[in-house]
Each structure stands twice: as structure tokens, then as C-alpha cells.
Design a protein around this ligand. Sequence first.
Ligand SMILES: Nc1nc2c(c(=O)[nH]1)N[C@H]1C(S)=C(S)[C@@H](COP(=O)(O)O)O[C@H]1N2
Ligand SMILES: [Mo]
Length: 317
Amino acid sequence: MGGRTDIRPSEITPEAVWQSRRDWLRRAAAGSLALGLPLGAQADDEGPSGPVLEGAPNPALSIDEPANGWRDITTYNNFYEFGTGKADPSENAGRMRLEPWQVRIEGAVRRPLTLDLDALLRLAPLEERVYRLRCVEAWSMVIPWMGYSLSHLIKHVEPTADARYVVFTTDLQPEAMPGVRAGILDWPYTEGLRMDEAMHPLTLLTFGVYGRRLPPQNGAPLRVIVPWKYGFKSAKSLVRISLQADEPVSSWMSAAPREYGFYANVNPDVPHPRWSQATERRIGTGLFAPRVPTLPFNGYAEQVAGLYQGMDLRRNF
Ligand SMILES: Nc1nc2c(c(=O)[nH]1)N[C@H]1C(S)=C(S)[C@@H](COP(=O)(O)O)O[C@H]1N2
Ligand SMILES: [Mo]
């Protein structure tokens, strides 16, 4: 993967953060023909909007690829609570109530806590990390998320020896969520990770994108991002994080157990029962752009393959 520079986090100044933001604005203003423009950022992409969120870039945990534009990231979404169409979340998620927002962290922990958003934001310094997001539907994007490693929060609640899995639960607001009435999944949306996956530094508790608060369609006010797994593992709009001894059954596993396994590591060698996972379409590269090969663990094999040593990844898909 490799960092873009060898600046240590301690050397990253507020100016450096501001500079990266300014570079983005300059590139956006230069129009879509300029070199280094975010992928798919058309000249009429208005660029990032919403409340600013400051955080230092973390080049060591970022991929060195041009990010998708704000418009692709915020209008091509999966958030089935708001409908199954890619544009449904950007059209409907604005009706979600976001304040006040609290997250309950409970289960196999010595210090169960209910934290509001400000307390969560203060728990650790925010970092900007550019990750690839690979959807099980065989498309991908490159997204500059803002957050901190989930491990900070998990350590804060002092897990007990029984904490072998972590379960994430999305908020359920049926009045605001037209997709919930349509069935499809058992709501609320739940997902899970094994404890070592949840504690891995790449697993990001995410509050923002492009230096702004997460828009509702991207999982405001906070979500998890697990970059080496298919996108459905990265649950949005979290209200509960619970630690437990047993492997959970996620919403997608119970909807279609043959299609969606617990691990869901990005794996070009294991096709989805209804389509290949060998290649992906990079959103924003144009209708005629060639598909790109999908990488094992979505390109993060060096960092995470060790978590699965000795496991049969065809059986544990
Ligand atoms: N609560 C909830 N979280 C969810 C989903 C969903 O439908 N509901 N979709 C998942 C899928 S399939 C993907 S690819 C990513 C998309 O995140 P993005 O829209 O921010 O790119 O969110 C994941 N998290
Ligand atoms: Mo997805």
C-alpha cells in the first residue's frame, strides 16, 4: 500500500491539514480536465459541504489513489433503510433525526457506557484516511474518511475475557425510513466483527468524509468502516455497539445465508453465487473505462491476511 510521504503524525500541523483541503478546492475549481482531479468530479460537482471536521491526514493508513468526487460519494449509496435505489439514500436520508444522538456500548465490558456524539468525537484525535470501498455488487470507490480506530473506543469500555465478537446496530426510525416498510432485511440493520478484526488499526469509527461531517446518506452521525471487507460490513448510523462471546448472525446472513457469510473479506477467488467477484467497476471513471481486477482483502492483504491464517477462506466467505 505504502504511504504517500514519510511525515510522522507529530509533524502534521493544522496548516498541513488546511493545505490538503485547499489543494482539493483548487483541483475542484480547475475543472474536470485538470490532472489529479478527484475521480468522477465533474466540473459542476459543487464539492464538499456541511459542517467542517478537522483531522490530520494519516498517509501510512491511506491508499495512494485519486479519491472519488463528493458528488459520487454522496449520491451513489447503499442504505436500504431509505430504499434500494442508489439515489434513494441521498433523496430520503435527510429525514432521519440526528439530534440528540447517543451510542450505547455494552455487553462483555467492565464499563458499559452511553456516549453522546460530542463525547465520542473527543475520545481520540480524528484522522483522514483514504480507503478503497468495495461493494459486494462489484463496484468500488476511493473515499477520504475521517475518524479514529475503533480500538480506542473498545479499550475505553474495558472488554472482558468473554468479548470475542463485536455487534453493530444501526438506528431504526421507521417514520423516516421508507425502505424499512419494504421488508428485505430484518431491521434494525446489524453487522459484526471478530474482536481481533474490530481492534485492527484499519477498522475506522467514522464521523466524516472530505473534512466534513458525514452526510445522512453516508451513515451520519457515525458508522464503522472496515476497508478489507465488502461494503455491507460497514454499518451506518450506529446506536449500539455490543461485545459478546458468540458469533452474531447479521441482517444479511439471515436474509441470504448462502450469499453473505460472516467474514465477507473481499476475495476475487470466491464468486458470489450469482456473479463473479474477480473484477470491479470503479465509479466515476466513465461508462467505457475498463473494469479493474479486485485485490485479495481489497488491497489490504499485507496488513490483515495474518488475521485469517489457517482458515479456509472459501468456507469462511
Ligand atoms: N445501516 C446500513 N448500513 C449499510 C448499508 C445499509 O443498507 N444499511 N449498506 C452497506 C453497503 S452494501 C455498502 S456498499 C456501504 C455503502 O456506504 P456508502 O454509501 O457511504 O458508500 O454501506 C453499508 N452499510
Ligand atoms: Mo455494498
